[in-house]
Design a protein around this ligand. Structure first.
Ligand code: 5AD
Ligand code: SF4
Length: 442
């Protein structure tokens, strides 16, 4: 590439933390190739790293592609690339191939390690490239350059894929089989990041609690977590996502005993009805979930608990939904992501009978949302007035303010300047404003 003409790129990420982390690799490769990042999608190369968890995730991508096409009309050399979970589905890739001729590059979730070559094939030939590889190149992926969004915090993949096959979920089909990285490789990566100034690590996997079970020398997630806390320079450790069926007492012990483990546990319940949980293939009951939650809250009272809930799963009756309401009343989540069930082609639930009518779904959704918001507001108020450590992450849009996070993942705004970014400072949480706090450094 001609060094004098700096071509620009933009990567837009949809979906979860895993995708956000993959996007850092895409950026790393683009930077290494000499492209320069720009804030706008009016760039020479635009990559959409897509999500397909629900139907509306797909719709969002199709909607935005029209806009990219318009940008391309004023910059015909522009390269438009699509990757991520949505592209891993054959019918989607076909549709893009046939109906979106302005898209130059499409690749799957297992092809990120080959991104550089794929991109070069497009730039050199100006032909469209579609590539979907197999699952066996994860090790190559680890060696890719990375451009982190934040200098002081980073995600680290500890495992790939998912073997749970919850009946509503498309992830096992698009992300492939579960595969754990070796503990030493993970720890080496964490050490490198710490040497590079990272103080907060987010360990990433679809189901971190089953980490290490299939390794030749099995190792538990709890052991890995405590080893990560031992890495010099690391101040905070988070992890995402936990499946209630695999959450061990050993892990609760590590979380309770290790101050560096953040006071936030995301523990998706999905439904409060044991009958629906069975149809979802979640392998726990309402009672066992509540018992687990009680065990965690009694051992670690300041642990924020958050969850994911699906309403309107096929066959969900009013009585089933009341069980979900009951769980939310009892647990009082610090926050909850609520979703209306969205059938995904190829998953078992998409073929299940007794679809719940849209109006019923929306009524239930609204009722649930009101309850989780009310409970979250009560929980948030509990620490108003306390002084707690905050990792300052960003400048605020409002002049003279910065924004950071508590160990429990809540957001705090406070007076301060850019020099604080990346530091952990003690902040008095003067005022709880619904879901965030306004504070002052002490
Ligand atoms: N419909 C609605 N919500 C879903 N989720 C996963 N699959 C679906 C689906 N088909 C939700 C689950 C999961 C979160 C990431 O997305 O609650 O935990
Ligand atoms: Fe979306 Fe799931 Fe893929 Fe994450 S793993 S991007 S939530 S489909």
């Amino acid at each position: 590439m001609n060094e004098d003409i700096k071509l620009t790129y933009h990567v837009t990420t949809f979906g979860c933390q895993m995708n956000a982390h993959d996007s850092e690799k895409l950026r790393g490769v683009l930077e290494a190739e000499g492209y320069v990042e720009t804030d706008s999608e009016r760039a020479d190369i635009v990559i959409y790293n897509t999500c397909t968890i629900r139907e509306n995730a797909d719709q969002k991508i199709y909607g935005r592609l029209g806009r990219l096409n318009n940008y391309k009309k004023s910059n015909p050399d522009m390269i438009i690339g699509l990757c991520g979970c949505m592209m891993q589905q054959k019918e989607v890739a076909e549709k893009i191939k046939n109906s979106y001729p302005f898209v130059d590059l499409v690749f799957g979730t297992h092809n990120i390690s080959d991104f550089k070559n794929l991109l070069n094939r497009v730039t050199e030939s100006r032909k469209r490239v579609f590539e979907f590889g197999s699952e066996d190149n994860s090790d190559l992926y680890e060696g890719l350059p990375t451009k982190r969004k934040y200098s002081f915090k980073s995600g680290v993949n500890i495992m790939y894929g998912c073997n749970n096959f919850c009946t509503y979920c498309i992830v096992p089909y698009v992300r492939g089989r579960e595969y754990s990285r070796l503990p030493n490789d993970i720890l080496e990566e964490v050490k490198r990041l710490a040497d590079d100034g990272v103080i907060e690590i987010m360990l990433l996997g679809q189901n971190v609690n089953s980490y290490g079970k299939t390794l030749d020398e099995p190792v538990s997630f709890a052991k890995l977590l405590s080893d990560v806390c031992r890495v010099p320079g690391i101040e905070r450790v988070r992890f995402m996502t936990s499946h209630p069926k695999d959450l061990s007492d050993e892990l609760i012990d590590v979380m309770a005993g290790e101050e560096k483990v953040c006071r936030h546990l995301h523990l998706p319940v999905q439904s409060g009805s044991t009958a629906i949980l069975k149809k979802m293939n979640r392998i726990y009951t309402k009672e066992s979930y509540l018992a687990l939650e009680e065990k965690i809250r009694s051992r670690i009272p300041d642990m924020a608990l958050t969850t994911d809930i699906i309403v309107g799963f096929p066959g969900e009756t009013d009585a089933d939904f009341e069980e979900t309401i009951d769980v939310c009343r009892k647990v009082e989540y610090d926050s909850a992501f609520t979703f209306i069930y969205s059938p995904r082609t190829g998953t078992p639930a998409a073929k299940m009978p007794d679809k719940v009518p849209d109006e019923v779904c929306h009524e239930r959704f609204d009722r649930l949302l009101k309850l989780v918001q009310d409970k979250a507001a009560i929980r948030a108020k509990l620490i108003e007035g306390a002084t707690l450590p905050v990792l300052i992450e960003d400048k605020n849009r409002e002049e003279g303010l910065v924004t950071g996070r508590l160990s429990n993942n809540s957001t705090v705004h406070l007076p301060g300047d850019e020099s604080l970014i990346g530091q952990i400072v003690d902040v008095n949480l003067k005022e709880c404003r619904g879901f965030y706090y306004f504070g002052e450094m002490v």
